[in-house]
Structures are given as C-alpha cells and as structure tokens.
Design a protein around this ligand. Sequence first.
Ligand code: GTP
Length: 824
Amino acid sequence: MAEEPVSTSQSTSSPLGHAVIPIVNKLQDIFAQLGSSSTIELPQVAVVGSQSSGKSSVLEALVGRDFLPRGSDICTRRPLVLQLLQTKRKADGTVEEYGEFLHLKNKKFFDFSEIRREIQAETDREAGGNKGVSDKQIRLKIYSPNVLDITLVDLPGITKVPVGDQPTDIEARIRTMILSYIKHPSCLILAVTPANADLANSDALQIAGAADPDGYRTIGVITKLDIMDRGTDATNFLLGKVIPLRLGYVGVVNRSQQDINYNRSIKDALANEEKFFRNQPVYSGLADRCGVPQLAKKLNQILVQHIRTVLPGLKSRISSALVSVAKEHASYGEITESKAGQGALLLNILTKYAEAFSSMVEGKNEAMSTSELSGGARIHYIFQSIFVKSLEEVDPCDDLTDDDIRTAIQNATGPKSALFVPEVPFEVLIRRQIARLLDPSLQCARFIYDELIKMSHRCLSSELQRFPILRRRMDEVIGNFLREGLEPSETMIGHIIEMEMDYINTSHPNFIGGSKAVEVALQQIKSRVSRPKDGIDSEKVPASEKTSKSRAILARSAANGIVADKGVRSVAEAERPGISGNGGGSSWGISSIFGGSENRAPAKENNPGRMYNEPVQSMEYALSSIMLKEPPTVLKPSESHSEQETIEIAVTKLLLKSYYDIVRKNVEDFVPKAIMHFLVNHTKRELHNVFIKKLYRDNLFEEMLQEPDEVAMKRKRTRETLRVLQQAFRTLDELPLEAETVEKGYSLGNDPTGLPKIHGLPSSSIYATSDSGDFSAFYAASPKSTKSRKASHSGELNSSLHANADSNGNTRHSSLGSYPAVDF
Ligand SMILES: Nc1nc2c(ncn2[C@@H]2O[C@H](COP(=O)(O)OP(=O)(O)OP(=O)(O)O)[C@@H](O)[C@H]2O)c(=O)[nH]1
C-alpha cells in the first residue's frame, strides 16, 4: 500500500485509529486463548460479487500484498477470513510481514506466494480439485505494518452455470453461503461490480440489497474502470446515479490478468491506478471515490466509529465476566501449606459455617430467598401452621362415643350406680386425650430436626466445595450434634405430656368446673327436650327418675355455690353421694371438679336406689328356684340411655373439652419452647464449640483440608482466565480518553479543515464533500431515526453511529449485542 505523506495535522491527531483496532483484535485473540468459542465479533468486511468481478483483486490491493489466488476462472471456492493486523516496524526500520493460518498454527508464512499456494492447497483439500465449492472457512492472519486493521472475508463469486464438480444448484448454494456472512448486521459489504458489466443487473448489488436493504453497510466497488469501452466512463455509477447507495461507490483499477502474468507488483499497480485517475479528466472531480486508498479510508473510518461505539458494551461484558471469574477463583481459595495457615483457614471455615447457620435460623441470612420461606421462618411455620393448627383442629371427644363415656362412667362407679357426675371417668378419659398429644409433639420435634439438617446443608459455603473431606466430617458432626439435641427435646416433650397427665388441675382458672358444666349440660338437654328429634326422648325417662337425677345434679350445683331450685334442695342433699371420700391416690374428689368441700354432706351408704333393685329381684327369683343366665364374657352397658346417663355424658364431654383446651394450650406453648431450647438454640449456641472440639485438631488439618485435583485444575484455569480478562480490562480501561479524543476529532473538527483525523488517513479534502459518500454526514444523523433505533437494537452497523440512548435514556451498544456472551 502506498505510504501517505504525513501532514502536520496528522502527526498531532488522535492515535485512536491506530490504538483501538489493535486492542480489539488483541481482545479477540485473548478470547481465543481462553479456549472459549465466544469471540468478539468485529465488523467484518465481506467482498461479494459475481465470479471474476475482481473481488480477490480488491482485497489484495487493500492488503497491499499478492497472496490470493486470482484468475479468469473460479478461484475463490471457500470463504477466506482474513484478519489484517498492523504491526510495528522493527527498530532498524525493516518491515516484517507474514501470514498465519489457523489450520497451520505456529507456522509463519513470510513468502506470500506460499500463502497463495497454501490457500489453493487447503481449498483443494476441502473442496476437491475440480471447481468444487465448500462453505468451510480458511482463516488467515496477515501481520504487516502496511495494513489497516480490518477483517476481510473473500467469498466465492456468484456463478450461474455449474462447472466441474459443482452441483446443479451451485448458484443457490453460493448465494446462501454469501448471505450467511453478509446478513449479519455487523458485516460491511463490499459489493464488487466490474465497470464493463451492467450495473443495473449487478449480482453484487442484488445480493447486498437482500441483506442490507437500506444500504447502511454496503459500499459499491466498481472494478475494471480501465477496460471500459472507449468513450464510456463510470461517473454515473460512482455518483450513484444508476443505483443510489447510501455509502456510495469507489472506483478502482486492479491489475489485469496480463499484469498478473507479468508479476506486476501491487505497488506498481497502485501507482498505475493513481496514474490512471490522474490521466482521466472525467474522474478528476471524483477523487474521493476513486482508488484503492480511498476505499481503505472509507472502511477504516466506519470500522473505527463502530468500535468506538461498541467499546463500552464490550467493557461491561468483560467486567461482568471478570467479576464472576474472580468470584469463582476466590471460591477455590489459595493453597495453604503452613500448619498455622491451615489452622486459621479451618477455624475460619468452621466459624463462618456456625455463623451462617445462626443467621439462617435467625433469618438474617443474606441469601434469604424472597420466593419461599426458609430458615427460621420454616421453623415458625412448622410450629404455628402445622403443629398448633393440627392440635387446634382436634376435638377431644371425636374418638369417644357416648357409649364409650357411659362405659367409662359405669366402670368407674364400680358396683354402685353413679349418683353424681363421676370424676374418675373424667380423669381416665382426659388422660387418654392428653396422651394423644404426645405423638404430634414428638413429630413436631422431628420436623424441626429435619429442617435443621436441611439448613445445615444449605450453609455449606462454596468454599467448602474444595474440601470434600472436611465437608463430610462437618456434615457428620452437625448430624450427630442435631441428633443429640433431639433426644433431650423429645425427653422434655415426654415430660410435658406426662406432667399434664399426672396432675389434672381442675382448679385451673380456665377450667369450666363441674357446676358450670352441669348447668350447661342441663341447658343443652333442655333445649334438646324441647326439640325431641335432636336429642333424647324425654318421655321415655320415668318422671320420678328424671326428677331425682335433676335434683341430684342441681343440688351439686348448689353445693358449688350456685343457687339451685329451692324446691329440690332437700332431696338433693338427701341423695348426695360419698364418692369423694372414697377417692384413691390419683382420684381427685368430686369437690375438685365442683369446687370446695365445705358443703360436702356425709355419705349415705344405704341409699335405697335403683342399684339395689335388681339384687332384690334376684332373691325373689332364687326363692322360686329360677336359674340365672350366665353373664356373657364381654359385658356392655345396656343400650338404652337413662336421662341421668345422658346428663352425665354431656357433663363429662364438657369437662373433657374444657380441660383439654387448657392442656392443649400448654402443650402448644411448651413443646415449641422445649424444641427451641433443647434443639434449635442449643445447636446455635454450641455448634461452633462442637466443631472446634471435634474437628479443630492439629493432626487433622492436613487430612481435612485436602482438596481434589479437579479443584487445583479449576483454580489454575480460572487464574489464567482472570489474568487474561484483567489484562483485557486494563487495555479497555485506557480507551475512553482516546475515544473522547476521536469524538472531538469528528464532531468539533479541530483540524483547520474541520475534518476528522484518523490515523493512517491522509487529511485530504475528501471529507469536505457532503454527498452520499460522506461518512461524517452519515454518522451525524440518520434519515430514519425510528428505524435507526430499531437497528441499533438489532446491532446493525449503522446503529453504532447514531443515537446512543433509547427513549429510557439507556445507553445501547450495538453490534456486539449479537456476539455470544463470554462463557467460561
Ligand atoms: N483490467 C483489469 N482486470 C481486472 C481488474 N480487476 C480484476 N481484474 C482481473 O479479473 C480477473 C478476475 O479477478 P479476481 O480478482 O480473481 O476476481 P474474483 O472476483 O476474485 O474471482 P473469483 O474469486 O474467481 O470469483 C483476474 O484476471 C484479474 O486480473 C481491473 O480492475 N482491471
């Protein structure tokens, strides 16, 4: 490529064009180094056009070296991805240029004709020797101080008629292949059309139009201006009068086949091209649209603008990758060799774990979920919504039928008939109900234990992943410790229930008491009598019996201080039984249910009640020598309920319910307390000590802090990734200032000419014009602002040059939006 004379303004201009592109290329290499399939997708420049239109020649001229197979026949049969990388001149001023193929890593090709031969050989290897075409890329990097940093793609030319090994659908296949490159919004398209062909029917413009209908990224290249028919010229093409193109056209003169045959150098060809345009007065006013150097400038300028816009997005991606890799790296920790270091590490892990466990129980855990209950909240849920709720729902009488109660009453009164509301059956039955509370209470403790086990697993920090032995040992220790904590809580729960069963405190202020129970029971029965269907049939009960029972019960109410019906008092007193006097150790006198014993009347043993009627009758039968039936082995109370029994049953139920409520509340209160004290809080308090006691041993450090090889490997890999990312980040960090400088260069026009200054671009007057080929105008505003916004989102090239903020004021980054996220 011809060296441009460096003007004063250039020498003071921003070096961004020089600096940004190599950095991004460098980043691309960095990502490649990471072995990640993700790469930074730079805007590529693809050359499209019909066969032999001069695509390869244009690329070669841009590169400034002969290295591509060219000829009148089909030459490009595989996509060639060509990354041009600008290198510095050597200190002694000599130039080193070489190429490197991806498929031949570490081999530098200093002889460019050898590069051409390798392209041909590699093409043949994949696509065969007989004009076959393949879509498998050949990747080539060219290092040279004489190139602009750009990635170019040479694509097979569009052909209509299949030849050689080409399939019948060769045209469609090539079009698909071309489209797969140029459809990408970040791909710049060089649509190459020979000047001696009909531009209106240009394959290149047609396919470019399909991929880039608005022409935001298509540059028209007219080749072979030198072999146009005499008397014709390409000015109308170049001015966009035939087919308008937003980015305009550049006319070039490449080497003819004869030049190639004579081995004419590119340098000569460029000189020849310059001479051509100089000698053609018709092109003199179109200097900015003529010649390979102008094409190079156009491309470079677009590329620089694009990269500048893309950098912030790239930077944020790298920084987030950096954060996650750094986090991962930190999770692998450092290798600790010294005993003291190991001890400190172990202590730290154990302490952190114990703290995490406590925080989780207390609900102070940072990683607390917002989508579900966790930690201590689950414990609370188990207590309140499972345990308490289940107990509340239990009816103490639900497993007791009236017959059960009647049987219990009859059993409790022994051979006598029950004269009063019996206390023993109440105690027997209430104990039975209290006993039922044991199982759910123990189950509740189990649930909490399970929760704590789950929490213990959740507390395992990522740091522990690298110490599987320690992790296992910690698991064992906490598992055992929790199991040990479960025992006393279960014992305590047992005690709570036993205590409740052992002493039935009928003096409890909340207990209904016998009198009140009788009163309520009578009311219940009365209301049932008035509604015979609902309850017992009062008619069936003999009147005398009914009166006596009522009297007896009401009398007890009176004895308890409740004013009873005066008319029945004496009878009631006469019928007062002496049960209380016969109470055993565990039997609480009737007074305990019915209140104080002050008004207790002496027992009357020989009360001629219903009880004795039957033996008397038996005697009479005996006298008549009538034999009795043997009593059955299993005896049940008689089926018919007396009214007395009904009342007794109702009273017993009321007493049961009332007392059960008291016990249930106690249990609901004490069981969670016991579990919290003996299991949960105990674990919270003691876990750290237990860990220290069981695991913090000099002789165990080595064993417990043993990490698997895999962790060492991962640590090494993430360290390397981190290093590369840090390097990339640092490199990018230096860019904003330069980008700003470039911004100034473009927008403020601090050059006397008011022109943008890009490294490697001559400060020619080409930018002064402001027609369709002027990028400054193109960058400044889009004719379709809405569209450009949309395009910006989809990552189209032009978007990077337009509005940088969406309607929400968010900065958007365009083209790299489509490159795959860094995935390590
Ligand atoms: N006179 C003249 N000949 C040219 C020009 N550009 C290309 N040629 C010749 O046209 C022929 C085809 O050029 P290539 O560069 O191989 O064309 P291509 O489009 O890459 O061809 P394929 O890859 O095979 O499709 C070669 O013989 C070139 O020397 C030009 O501007 N002037």
